[in-house]
Design a protein around this ligand. Structure first.
Ligand code: NDP
Length: 329
C-alpha cells in the first residue's frame, strides 16, 4: 500500500460552511487506536447521508472521514484480541462522528470496538447488512426478549423499502412472523413481497396526526421512521404488544399520548446500535449469519463505487435508495 490512500473528507471553513471531497490522506492523519485495519467494504447508512449533506450535526470533529461502519482486515494490532489478517466488523462507537471513519482505505480504531466477521460471511455481505441490518437485528432481538413471538400476531415494519426496513422484513419473515410493510413507494411492492412482506400498506395511513388509541392491528413492529408514524403505530398495537423504535426518517418528535402504554400495556423498546454493548453485538452478528436469507440479502443490495458514495449520501436523505448499497474498496 502506498504512503497515501484514498479517503472522503468533510471539512469546515471559518464560516462553518461544510465541504466534502474525495482526497488522499496518510497514516499520520489517522487517529489514535490500537488496531489498524484495511477497509475491505463499507456502505452508506442514513446517518452517513446526514453527515455528508450536513443536514444534521452528526459530525463532531473536523476534518472528518465519514462512514459509520466497515468490514476489514487487521493490518497491525497491539490489542490482545486481534492480530494481522483477522477479519473484523465495526459499527458505530462514534466512527464517522468523533473518530475518523470508514470512507478511507485504512482506519485506526480501538480493538474493543471490533467484532469478528462471522464465519463464512464475506466483507461484502457484512456491509450489505451494515449498521442498518445490524440495527434491524437488534430490534428483532429486543422484540423476542419481550416475548413477541410469531403466534402473537402480525408485525408492522415502517420505512419498509429502506435499509433497516428491508432487513427487518427479511429477518422477521424468515423467523415465521406475518409482516405488514409500510412504504411510501408503492412501486416497490414486488420487492417488498419478495423480501417476505405478507401485506403492504401506504405510508400515508400512518404519517398523519395519531389518535390516542386506534383499532388494534399488530402485536409488534420495527419503526425506523419516528414522529407521527411511530405515534400511529403505537396507537394500533394490540394489548401487551411492543414496538422497537430505532429511527427518525420522518422526525425526531413523538406526538403520541400515554394511552397505548397505560390502557393496553404496550411497550416502546429503544434501540441504539452505536454504543450497544459487545455481548449484544456478538449475538446480533452471529444471528445475522444464520437468520438472514442470503439470497434475499443479495436482492436488497446494490454495489456502488467509492466515488459514488457522496451521491448515494444525498440520495439516502432524499429517500431514493432502495435497500442497501455496498462499497467494495
Ligand atoms: P433509509 O433511508 O434506507 O430508510 C428510511 C426509510 O424511511 C425510507 O426508505 C422510507 O421508506 C422511509 N421514509 C423516508 N422519509 C420518510 C418520511 N418523511 N416519512 C415517512 N417515512 C419516510 O435509512 P436506514 O434504513 O438506513 O435508517 C432508517 C432510520 O433508522 C434513520 O432515521 C436512521 O438514522 C435510523 N438508524 C438508527 C440506528 C440506531 O442505532 N438507532 C442505526 C441505523 C439507523 P419507504 O420509501 O419504504 O416509505
Amino acid at each position: 500500500m502506498s504512503d497515501t490512500f484514498k479517503a472522503i473528507l468533510i471539512s469546515r471553513d471559518e464560516d462553518k460552511k461544510q465541504s466534502v471531497a474525495v482526497t488522499e490522506i496518510s497514516d499520520a492523519d489517522l487517529m489514535e487506536g490500537d488496531v489498524t485495519v484495511a477497509v475491505d467494504a463499507t456502505t452508506v447508512n442514513y446517518k452517513d447521508g446526514l453527515a455528508i449533506t450536513g443536514k444534521s450535526p452528526v459530525v463532531r470533529r473536523f476534518p472528518m472521514v465519514p462512514g459509520v461502519d466497515f468490514a476489514g482486515t487487521v493490518l497491525s494490532s497491539s490489542h490482545p484480541d486481534w492480530k494481522e489478517g483477522d477479519k473484523v466488523v465495526l459499527n458505530g462507537w462514534g466512527l464517522g462522528e468523533t473518530h475518523l471513519g470508514a470512507y478511507a482505505a485504512k482506519a485506526r480504531v480501538k480493538g474493543d470496538w471490533l467484532v469478528p466477521l462471522p464465519e463464512g460471511m464475506s466483507a461484502r455481505t457484512a456491509m450489505a447488512i451494515g449498521t442498518a441490518g445490524y440495527t434491524a437485528m437488534l430490534s428483532v432481538m429486543a422484540l423476542e426478549r419481550h416475548g413477541i413471538t410469531p403466534d402473537r400476531g402480525p408485525m408492522i415494519v415502517t420505512g419498509a423499502a429502506g435499509g433497516v426496513g428491508s432487513v427487518a422484513i427479511s429477518l422477521l419473515s424468515k423467523l415465521g412472523y406475518h409482516v405488514i410493510a409500510s412504504t411510501g413507494r408503492p412501486a416497490e411492492s414486488t420487492y417488498l413481497h419478495d423480501l417476505g412482506a405478507a401485506e403492504i400498506i401506504a405510508r400515508e395511513e400512518l404519517s398523519g396526526l395519531a389518535k390516542p388509541l386506534n383499532k388494534e392491528r399488530w402485536a409488534g413492529g420495527v419503526d425506523s421512521v419516528g414522529s407521527h408514524t411511530l405515534a400511529n403505530v403505537l396507537s394500533m398495537t394490540s394489548y401487551g404488544g411492543a414496538i422497537a423504535a430505532c429511527g427518525l426518517a420522518q422526525g425526531m418528535d413523538l406526538p403520541a399520548t400515554v394511552a397505548p402504554f397505560i390502557l393496553r400495556g404496550v411497550s416502546l423498546l429503544g434501540i441504539d446500535s452505536v454504543m450497544a454493548p459487545k455481548a449484544l453485538r456478538l449475538e446480533a452478528w452471529q444471528r445475522l449469519g444464520t437468520d438472514l436469507d442470503h439470497a434475499k440479502l443479495e436482492a436488497l443490495s446494490t454495489p456502488i463505487g467509492f466515488d459514488d458514495i457522496i451521491q448515494a449520501a444525498h440520495d439516502i436523505v432524499e429517500g431514493k435508495i432502495r435497500g442497501r448499497v455496498v462499497v467494495e474498496m
